[in-house]
Write a protein that binds this ligand. Structure first.
Ligand code: ATP
Length: 215
């Protein structure tokens, strides 16, 4: 009798999960909980800063846009100098974003592939601007962390050296909570009343179920 050909079992797909939310909503706090459960987390802001200082293509693009003053002699990015320009020039801000955002996307993609090859069931990417930039379209699952504006203002004032006016200005520049939630696969309510860990755990369970569906 012919021996049936041995087939290796299908590999579950490693899902891409995004965590987003307004300033002070608790994205980083939620991501720390995912991390404590062993899920790899990609912090888009931190990597963007790293790429600006270390990726030759991004660095050259920034030098072309802003000139040699964009970096000091030691190669450190001159954030205050650039901020002073882009604050007054929306076209320059758009050009800077058009350089940095795709670089973070490329880097995040290969970071995800590495974890997929290591057998991670899913990875989490934390970013403040996921809906506005359209990068949410590359995700399998989008978690929106939400909290009332007053709670967010209070938390940011406690955390950062800033003023209430500046925090409210940042909030007003961002899309509204209601609009953000429209894009969510899962909403985590971080209002200080509902417990955070059980909500993250519930999201984790749902995502794991989803990885099985994708086999
Ligand atoms: P940003 O967009 O400004 O980076 P974020 O959305 O990542 O903010 P966090 O940094 O996680 O928000 O939270 C803002 C502040 O509020 C932090 O100091 C954090 O420790 C605190 N915080 C977050 N969630 C809670 C909570 N449930 N109870 C008490 N403090 C909290």
């Amino acid at each position: 009798m012919p021996v049936p050909e041995q087939q290796s079992p299908p590999t579950p797909k490693c899902l891409r999960v995004g965590v987003t939310g307004g300033i002070g909503s608790g994205k980083t706090t939620v991501c720390r909980i995912f991390q404590s459960m062993g899920i790899p987390v990609y912090d888009a802001d931190t990597w963007a800063k790293w790429l600006i200082e270390n990726d030759p293509e991004v660095k050259n693009g920034i030098l072309d846009l802003f000139g040699p003053e964009a970096y000091n002699e030691a190669g450190s990015y001159q954030r205050a100098f650039i901020a002073g320009i882009v604050f007054q020039d929306p076209a320059k801000l758009a050009a800077l974003n058009a350089l940095v955002h795709p670089a973070v996307e490329r880097h995040g993609k290969s970071w995800h592939e590495e974890w997929a090859n290591k057998g991670a069931p899913y990875t989490v990417k934390e970013a403040a601007l996921m809906i506005e930039s359209g990068t949410y379209k590359h995700l399998d699952y989008l978690i929106v962390v939400t909290a009332p504006v007053e709670v967010r203002v209070e938390r940011v004032l406690r955390r950062d050296q800033t003023t209430e006016e500046q925090v409210r200005a940042r909030i007003n520049q961002q899309i509204t909570e209601a609009d953000r939630i429209k894009f969510a696969t899962f909403v985590i309510h971080n209002d200080g009343k509902r417990l955070l860990i059980p909500q993250v755990w519930q999201a984790h369970r749902l995502i794991l179920k989803q990885t099985l569906v994708q086999i």
